[in-house]
Design a protein around this ligand. Structure first.
Ligand code: ZN
Length: 456
């Protein structure tokens, strides 16, 4: 009797194990079936690493950026547009994060029940982007061979209309010296999403926000700049001898002496908190990509270090996309809509089968602080830069000229936004070793925003 009962127990246990195993297989198939089907070793879908099945990728004006014709992947006819959209499309095995990789299952039309084969016969699905390929090409040309990144988005809707990273290359005629020629250093990285750079003076928006929230009389105070700030344990040099200034004027003229002094009055903790709250150290989801976090670790600063940190030097780093979102939030009462550059997945017949537009928003600033920064960035254009770069756009902006050490030219930054209701766009531009923020990044921003404005 005892023996029979133990045997039964063993049988039950085996049956239970079998069921668990079957369940696991089913679950794995449900959860990861697309990964198995979409594996680059699947010869029905890939040649080498190149996806040779599935639908097209279109820009916002129906330009076909890539498609499959007669079993071959083909790209847009203009070499400039191919270079300008390279990082968005990706190149399997070289540039990670491209839509051809991230949306491969949707492009091919993978379906849990039918697998990939029915879809393949139908030609797969199309992916529509919110990017304007011509605007990306304008940005690419404005960079004129220099390295960096450019992004522009609608701060009311979250649509990214321009996103480029340089250096780039033509995927159709890949340069043979790409891995040895220094001019291609960094070509495999989408720097707009994954770059981390010294911010320089664009970081003064963070110090300014912190001061507005923590020093009650900051806007009424008079400061004096004699060309440097002596922190006691070191000196922070200014770019000029500015004399007497209000805080707003110090922001307009990007006065290092005043901002280093204010950073010390605020202290490391408050400045760090404000930087965190403003998204400097956050990673933002942009469809299926996540932006690189910047850094504002002020835990071990001397007074001079803190002064340098307050003007965007020391160990501060920022990501170009995060800065674009910050510009948008300043324009938009402290809140940015969550950004996206993929609109959705469409059948060949034009029916949207997957909506990739994000909804929701993230608050980076309170309304009062946002409105002060908006005013500061607007007066920087009207009273200091002039409207030459952005005629009729009611632009607000801040530049940065970020020292990167050694013999190298500083990084050149500009970020900003238009105040016009009918032109709610914000941008950020970084030109690596581009020299002055105003002349380097400023000219790139000007060309891109003027083109966007003209076509509105
Ligand atoms: Zn100064």
């Amino acid at each position: 009797m005892n023996t029979i009962s133990s045997r039964a127990k063993i049988l039950y246990a085996l049956a239970a194990l079998f069921l668990a195993g079957a369940l696991l297989v089913a679950l794995t198939f449900l959860l990861h079936g697309d990964e198995y089907a979409m594996n680059t070793r699947n010869r029905h879908l890939y040649r080498g690493n190149v996806l040779i099945s599935g639908g097209r990728v279109l820009d916002r004006n129906d330009k076909v950026l890539t498609a499959v014709e007669d079993g071959e992947r083909v790209y847009y006819g203009s070499g400039t547009i191919r270079r300008a959209t390279l990082h968005v499309l990706g190149e399997s095995g070289y540039i990670a994060g491209g839509v051809l990789e991230k949306y491969s299952a949707e492009l091919v039309g993978y379906d849990l029940v039918k697998g990939v084969f029915t879809a393949r016969e139908n030609g797969g699905n199309d992916l529509r982007l919110t990017l304007d390929a011509d605007l990306c090409a304008t940005a690419y040309e404005a960079m004129d061979g220099r390295k960096g990144a450019v992004g522009v988005y609608n701060y009311k809707t979250g649509e990214i209309v321009c996103m480029i990273s340089t250096p780039s290359y033509d995927v159709k005629n890949k340069p043979s010296d790409i891995d040895t020629n220094p001019k291609y250093d960094g070509a495999y990285l989408n720097k707009f999403i994954y770059g981390q750079y010294v911010p320089g003076s664009i970081f003064k928006t963070v110090t300014a926000a912190c001061a507005v929230e923590n020093i009650p009389d900051i806007l009424a105070r008079r400061f004096y700049c004699d060309g440097q700030y002596d922190a006691g344990d070191g000196v922070v040099k200014c770019n000029d001898v500015h004399g007497e200034l209000t805080f707003e004027e110090a922001f307009n003229h990007s006065c290092n002496a005043v901002f280093a002094q204010v950073a010390n009055e605020l202290g490391a903790k408050k400045l760090e908190n404000t930087a965190n709250r403003m998204g400097i150290t956050s990673s933002f989801a942009v469809n299926r990509l996540n932006t690189a976090r910047g850094s504002a670790d002020l835990s071990k600063t001397s007074r001079a270090d803190l002064g340098w940190a307050g003007i965007g030097q020391y160990t501060d780093t920022v990501n170009p996309c995060n800065m674009m979102l910050l510009a948008g939030a300043i324009a938009n009462g402290g809140k940015t809509p969550l950004p996206y550059y993929v609109d959705g997945v469409y059948t060949k017949a034009g029916t949207r089968v997957k909506d990739e537009r994000s909804d929701g928003s993230q608050t980076l600033l309170n309304v009062t602080t946002a409105s002060v920064l908006k005013q500061f960035m607007r007066s920087t254009v009207t009273d200091y830069y002039g409207e030459r770069y952005f005629p009729d756009m009611k632009m607000a902006a801040k530049t940065g000229t970020a020292e990167v050490g050694g013999e190298l030219s500083p990084h050149s930054w500009m970020f900003g936004f238009s105040l016009r209701d009918d032109f709610p766009y914000a941008f950020s531009v970084i030109v690596e070793n581009g020299g002055s923020g105003y002349y380097g990044a400023g000219e790139v921003a000007s060309e891109v925003m003027r083109r966007l404005f003209a076509g509105r």
